[in-house]
Design a protein around this ligand. Structure first.
Ligand SMILES: Nc1ncnc2c1ncn2[C@@H]1O[C@H](COP(=O)(O)OP(=O)(O)O)[C@@H](O)[C@H]1O
Ligand SMILES: [Mg+2]
Length: 147
């Protein structure tokens, strides 16, 4: 599994031990906290890129607002830095397509139902960036899920 990270040409940063622990964690849900600048956003991007060599793989990275995705140190510009020239960017769908056919899409909370996710997710700590999804109930997952 380490090969999906260290041998991955789409991941230019060498993970810290904490990032590596997150990337190798094999379960459905993980919470990754820590100070601003601690490497959470890079860890998320690395995680999304771990399996882009697989043709049918599709990753979705969500932020609360478009600004949270697009500000200078946020995920979209970082992905541009990492992937520019190696994968194809579709601006209308905010999706990177990889040579394998795999995709990485960025999304944000736009609709009332999207906001229900947050409302039901309990009080989130307000930090400059919110990497933490907060405490989510099963109901919140169901409301935020699908059409
Ligand atoms: N493993 C790493 N190697 C090199 N630079 C890193 C690594 N992880 C993060 N960075 C850089 O450090 C800075 C802060 O990381 P970031 O992921 O934005 O932290 P956080 O999201 O926790 O605030 C960013 O410029 C990022 O590109
Ligand atoms: Mg961050």
């Amino acid at each position: 599994m380490v090969k999906t990270i260290l041998g991955n040409r789409f991941i230019p940063q060498h993970p810290t031990p904490k990032q590596l622990e997150f990337l190798l964690y094999d379960d459905e849900e993980a919470r990754y906290g820590g100070a601003v600048g601690g490497g959470k956003s890079s860890a998320l991007l690395m995680a999304a890129l771990q399996y882009v060599q697989e043709p049918n793989y599709a990753a979705l990275l969500l932020r609360r607002t478009y600004a949270d995705l697009s500000l200078p140190d946020a995920l979209m510009p970082r992905a541009e830095e990492w992937l520019g020239g190696m994968a194809h960017w579709h601006d209308n769908t905010k999706t990177w397509t990889f040579p394998s056919g795999a995709t990485l899409t960025f999304g944000y909370l736009e609709t009332e139902r999207d906001r229900a996710w947050e409302a039901l997710g309990g009080r989130q700590r307000k930090t400059p960036e919110n990497d933490q999804p907060g405490k989510k109930t099963r109901q919140a997952y169901e409301m935020a899920d699908g059409n």
